[in-house]
Design a protein around this ligand. Sequence first.
Ligand code: PLP
Length: 400
Amino acid sequence: MSDQPQIRSHITHLECSLSGESCTHEVPTRLNPKNGKPYLARYDLTKAAETLTKESMPDRAPNMWRYREVMPVIDPANIVTLGEGFTPLRRAKRLGKHLGMSTLLIKDEGVNPTGSFKARGLSAAVSKALELGEMKLTMPSAGNAAGAMAAYAASAGMEAHVYMPKDAPMANQIECLAYGANLNLVDGFITDAGRISGEAAEEHGLFDVSTLKEPYRVEGKKTMGYEIVEQLGYEVPGVIIYPTGGGTGIVGIWKALGEMEQLGWIGSERPRMICVQAEGCSPLVDAYKAGKEFAEPFKNPSTLAAGMRVPAAVGDFLVIRAVRESGGTALTVTDDQMVQSVRDMSEYEGIFPAPEGGATLSALEKLLESGEVGRDERVVLLNTGSALKYLDVLGPALGL
Ligand SMILES: *Cc1c(COP(=O)(O)O)cnc(C)c1O
């Protein structure tokens, strides 16, 4: 990381994502108490643009804090990092050829600390919590977020409490224990875990870092958008396919694109944002298809992709908006299709993707088939995690 004094955060305030009301970033904040909607961090992008230049990027550390001007942490001493981000954007030559495509790219988030892109969000949230003096964290998680929070909390010397559905992948349960978190298995869905975590927060004075209810995890995830653009030589791809649970990644990438336009990194062009969900848990796809702005909670969610087993998302309208504004679309894939895609991405590219990552390939195949994506378009698949965290569910699915 460069120690030049002028490189600093240019955060100015938080802004309600629905009403536009603003509030200070200087105290611990969660949802807007008036409407229950997420706050998003805003920056002085004119000032940020003075140092966050394309020319300065090659000299910066290869992790997500290279975009420090547009990250929320004021004092660099508060940055809790395990080296997350700046993951490879790999040209998938063999898989692309197999699909008859000219440019297929895979952003491989499986190489992040803790094996998923949740590291980005939790590095940002834990750092900002440290800055604001919150040393006891809690969170409901379908799996990977809990592991990431536990790891970053361990690194920062904080207390971590985790509420996880009892069918969460074994790796996530084990890593939380190893990182010294207080692990609570919940007989229910992520939404039930969310309720219990919220109650624990009230009762024991813990800070609940549920995604988008806490405003900074999305700041970590938005760095994927910065990286894709930087790695493409300051161009945007034609299409980004994203495996969507709560949708923080789509919201973050879309936010990053808007910021980069104001920074002068790109123009008004945008990739089409494609939201993929599992057939067994598709609240956002259903709302998108029904022409709605907000999603109904999905009943009896079921998919082996734990990261997409999210029946209700507080940022639903932000995901749906990004998809619509970008001219993208939303679609579902089945668990069987995901498993086949895990196999294909592994065999063709040497990338062993999480089922969620597999879902992006399944979606691409459907969109190529229907003609909604052209074979000559530049397409980015987000492989959000490593399959190594899903061995207990993938083993049987792959025939072991
Ligand atoms: C959490 C998670 C997702 C979903 O991410 P959101 O940004 O919350 O939609 C996708 N893939 C993996 C591996 C995850 O852990």
